[in-house]
Write a protein of this length. Structure first.
Length: 122
């Protein structure tokens, strides 16, 4: 069990790299309090992608911008080490609006949704 000083009860000390990783892993993104009408429409599209599962907000900071919508919402992508694609929406203050991912079997459906969102809303 970890204590606040980064040691295990047996006296094992974690490296700074391991501590930084654990801190990042457990850091949640700041969530947007207001969502534009455009972002609401995009969220509706994304939640209806087959296999869509809510993503942990810690991955929001790892995601890279893909494109920006007309209302300044940023569509961000993160692909984890197992090649699972995550999609996030960030408001103009870089606060998380939405985060989700699909398994490999549904990646094509997510890619189609992203293409449609880009065509219709950016």
């Amino acid at each position: 069990m970890l204590d606040p000083f980064g040691t295990f009860e047996q006296g094992f000390h974690l490296s700074h790299k391991a501590l930084d990783y654990l801190k990042e892993w457990n850091t949640e993104a700041e969530i947007a309090s207001n969502i534009s009408q455009t972002a609401q429409q995009v969220v509706e599209i994304l939640v209806n992608v087959p296999g869509m599962t809510m993503a942990h907000s810690r991955d929001f900071q790892r995601a890279t911008p893909l494109f920006t919508l007309k209302d300044q919402t940023v569509v961000k992508i993160f692909i984890n080490p197992t090649q699972v694609k995550h999609i996030f929406l960030a408001d103009h203050n870089n606060k998380m609006v939405f985060g989700g991912y699909v398994g490999w079997i549904h990646t094509e459906g997510l890619n189609e949704a992203i293409d449609n969102i880009k065509k219709e809303f950016s």
